[in-house]
Design a protein around this ligand. Structure first.
Ligand SMILES: Nc1nc2c(c(=O)[nH]1)N[C@@H](CNc1ccc(C(=O)N[C@@H](CCC(=O)N[C@@H](CCC(=O)N[C@@H](CCC(=O)O)C(=O)O)C(=O)O)C(=O)O)cc1)CN2
Ligand code: MET
Ligand SMILES: [Zn+2]
Length: 754
């Protein structure tokens, strides 16, 4: 048999987010574990059989996960942190690690490379009881085999596992190689018993991140070892999201069977192929990160080039990465001009199958091939100039430097020391979701909808007044999501009905699709913010999502430069800032939650990104007067290597996430002389826990050890939309009263000094 095609991985959330619903029912105890398991098995079956029907040769098992594949790998290695080891029940322990319990805080989540998918960060320490637990892998293989599908087994490779881990203080995570590699060897030995020939896909995306000499040496030794475990085992080492040329050369010298390479996001991979003779090449040419139809002609051309270098019989056509990052299928999307240009997961599998057949000469490509077009004309708009008044390349920044702006703003707002605020969203309740859904379906009138939103805002403002927060928010009740909402309002965006992509655990997002020039036809947020502002004498923050974040959390046309798209979004936001200001809104927050994840994976591309990302942010806020206070928010805490860039954004106030990590990463702001104001999070909103007043005081005093209290704000880590009112009410109340106590203590100390 000639093997033609491989799918790196398949999304597991389900066509109608069945897994999301099953998980949430299980967690809220409205469904049993049996029911959850049955849904999961049904989804795996459906997904395997779909790929089989499409004649895909290499279909994955172990790409399924109840929560996250890194967490599954933690379980596979029994790298269970001590605080969970007392939980006897396996399932309970698994979800406790992901979500925390009353007694043990959840493990940290972090972004999977430059995607909006979050993985659970392994915690390596000397006390771990490493041992192989291959149960999930072996049973899923058997389950597929029973259904007539002989799978290749997906495993996150040891280098990537260690590279993404956090080791105990002062330790190097790669120092754990001598404990971890033997377990991978044992795994391969166990797998070798399953069948005559077994294919293992070792996912090693860590290799694209400028590997150090240490990583290269470790990689070589590891795969030399692993590929020698059994002659039944064929190892494919797969990287994605960039090129991995440094390691192609090294891996080619080990006895692995094949290399999976991403030719969409790492076209330079072609250069490494000269070292890859004798290896199977799984050529990622169908984009797993974007939703546009494949340009089949261009892909075939690329496949020919690859064949020229390694020999035609060595080439297998593949997806560029797992299809986890794209929505399930176009089938349930309504007809539109855009639809014909799109390919979601299922359509991508079809494209892959067709490419495989054409590449092997079984069919010729013509316009009839399952209706696909070779040339994509997806240009409803061909003008890429952006709004007329801002020339591309021109740098537009707001007036006044920080010192001048800050003096004016202090005079204007008279905020107390350590001003308190929140990040924007308040709980997204069932009723609120139902209200939006019913309005969308036209099941309720516009008046009824607006009344619902007004009531929410009224309550939200009243609550904030009552507990005494200093800078208020409207609570974002009208927004389904901080990116989708703006996508729906802006020109140049298309949004889907059911284009869900997993973000973490059971949480999904519906990224909008950018297909043309972006512009704003009307104010997007002024009405509800003004409504809220009329209800309070305190400042209510205008709330916008920043240009880089809107860009990163959307699907963008690949034939327009990303900096240009960011600039167009920024120009639209700049108009919104001007309108908010004209409506009397004096504090405006522009969230850049995805600023960090947008960083290129390769060092050599970082400075170009930083330049246009900062310029876009500054353009977006360039219409702000000196007295208007611009906030930004980012939901992470490690600014060590990007502090100068954060400084260059020049927001008057930045609120960040620090409640879990504490002061550990904060001193960089003082050390590097960051002068603008900072709100280090003191409330971990990812946990249902309600911190006491006392805990808040401790958190605040601890922040004061590393940050200057004169320019410090007190706020939660992030928005409160995933929390419940029953948690938010007491928690914020404690946060505010703790801040008051700290203020009094500080004042007392000051007077006693004078
Ligand atoms: N785009 C984006 N990325 C982000 C974040 C973010 O806020 N947005 N935050 C960070 C963490 N990631 C997150 C991602 C998703 C969610 C989240 O809460 N998602 C919701 C969906 C949000 C949404 O769009 N909801 C819609 C409708 C969704 C829906 O399921 N409706 C029901 C009907 C309503 C009902 O009766 O409940 C249905 O279709 O069945 C709305 O509220 O209007 C979920 O999965 O549950 C939270 C954080 C990083 N990345
Ligand atoms: C993921 S960052 C969230 C920021 C947004 N303003 C919110 O509060 O939800
Ligand atoms: Zn956030």
């Amino acid at each position: 048999m000639i093997c033609k095609t491989l799918v790196t991985g398949f999304p597991r959330i389900g066509e109608n987010r069945e897994l999301k619903r099953a998980l949430e029912h299980y967690w809220s105890k409205t469904a049993s574990l049996q029911e959850l398991r049955a849904t999961a098995a049904e989804l795996r079956k459906r997904h395997w059989l779909f790929q089989k029907r499409q004649n895909i040769d290499f279909i994955s098992s172990n790409d399924f996960s109840y929560y996250d594949n890194m967490l599954d790998t933690i379980v596979m290695l029994n790298a269970v942190p001590d605080r969970f080891s007392g939980i006897e029940d396996e399932t309970e322990r698994y979800f406790a690690m992901a979500r925390g319990t009353a007694g043990a805080s959840a493990m940290t989540m972090s972004k999977w490379f430059d995607t909006n998918y979050h993985y659970i960060v392994p915690e390596l320490s000397g006390t771990l009881d490493f041992r192989l637990c291959p149960g999930k892998i072996l049973t899923e293989y058997a389950e597929a085999k029973k259904l007539g599908v002989k799978t290749k087994i997906n495993v996150i490779g040891p280098i990537t596992f260690m590279g993404l881990s956090r080791a105990s203080k002062g330790e190097n995570p790669f120092g754990y190689a001598s404990r971890i590699i033997p377990l991978y060897k044992e795994l391969l030995a166990r797998c070798a018993e399953l069948d005559d020939t077994l294919y293992i896909q070792m996912e090693e995306p860590y290799l694209v991140k400028n590997p150090t000499a240490e990583v290269l040496a470790l990689l070589k030794a590891a795969y030399q070892d692993l590929a020698s475990v059994s002659s039944n085992i064929r190892i494919i080492v797969t990287s994605y999201f960039e090129h991995s040329n440094e390691t192609t050369k090294i891996l080619a010298e080990t006895p692995i069977w094949g290399l999976g390479l991403d030719f969409v996001h790492g076209p330079q991979n072609i250069q490494g192929l000269k070292y890859a003779k004798g290896k199977k090449i799984f050529a990622g040419v169908v984009d797993g990160r974007n939703i546009w139809r494949n340009d089949l002609g261009a892909s075939l051309f690329l496949l020919e080039k690859i064949s020229d270098m390694v020999g035609r019989e060595q080439v297998v056509v593949s997806t560029s990465c797992s299809l986890l990052h794209v929505p399930y299928s176009l089938q349930n999307e309504p007809e539109s001009d855009i639809k014909q240009h799109l390919a979601f997961c299922c359509e991508k599998v079809e494209e892959l199958a067709l490419l495989g057949r054409v590449f092997r000469g079984e069919v010729v490509l013509d316009s009839d091939n399952i209706g696909m077009k070779t040339a994509r004309s997806r240009t409803p708009s061909t003008q890429h100039d952006g709004p007329a008044d801002i020339a591309f390349g021109e740098r537009k920044v707001r007036a006044g430097d920080f010192a001048e702006r800050n003096a004016l703003q202090r005079r204007k707002f008279h905020l107390p020391k350590l001003p308190t605020t929140t990040i924007g969203s308040f709980p997204q309740t069932q009723e609120l979701r139902r209200l939006r859904r019913d309005f969308k379906k036209r099941a309720i009138s516009e008046e009824a909808y607006e009344q619902g939103i007004k009531t929410y805002i009224d309550d939200c403002i009243a609550f904030q007044e009552e507990i005494g927060l200093d800078v208020l928010v409207h609570g974002e009740p009208e927004r389904n999501d901080m990116v989708e909402y703006f996508g729906e309002m802006l020109k140049g965006f298309h949004f889907t009905d059911n284009g869900w992509v997993q973000s973490y655990g059971s949480r999904c997002v519906k990224p909008p699709i950018i297909y043309g020039d972006i512009s704003r036809t009307k104010p997007m947020t002024v009405r509800w913010i003004s409504y809220a502002q009329r209800r309070s004498k305190k400042p209510v923050k205008g709330m916008l999502t920043g240009p880089v974040t809107i860009l990163n959390w959307s699907f963008v046309r690949e034939d327009i430069p990303r900096p240009l798209v960011a600039r167009q979004i920024a120009a639209a936001l700049c108009e919104e800032v001007a309108d908010l200001q004209a409506a009397g809104i004096s504090i405006i927050q522009v969230d850049e939650a995805a600023f960090r994840e947008g960083y290129p994976l390769r060092k050599e591309n970082v400075s170009a990104y930083e330049r246009w990302a900062v310029d876009s942010f500054r353009l977006a806020v360039s219409s702000a007067a000196k007295e208007t206070q611009i906030h930004t928010h980012m939901c992470y805490s490690d600014f060590t290597d990007i502090i100068k860039t954060i400084e260059a954004m020049d927001a008057d106030v930045i609120t960040i996430e620090t409640a879990r990590g504490g002061n550990r990463l904060l001193d960089v702001f003082e050390r590097e002389g960051y002068h603008n104001e900072i709100g280090p999070g003191v409330y971990d909103i990812h946990s249902p826990r309600i911190p006491s007043e006392d805990e808040f005081e401790k958190q605040i005093f601890s922040r004061l050890e590393v940050l200057d209290g004169k320019r410090m704000w007190i706020n939660p880590d992030c928005g409160l939309k995933t929390r419940r009112w029953e948690e938010v009410r007491p928690a914020l109340q404690h946060m505010v009263s703790a801040t008051r106590n700290v203020r009094l203590t500080l004042e007392r100390n000051e007077t006693s000094l004078t």
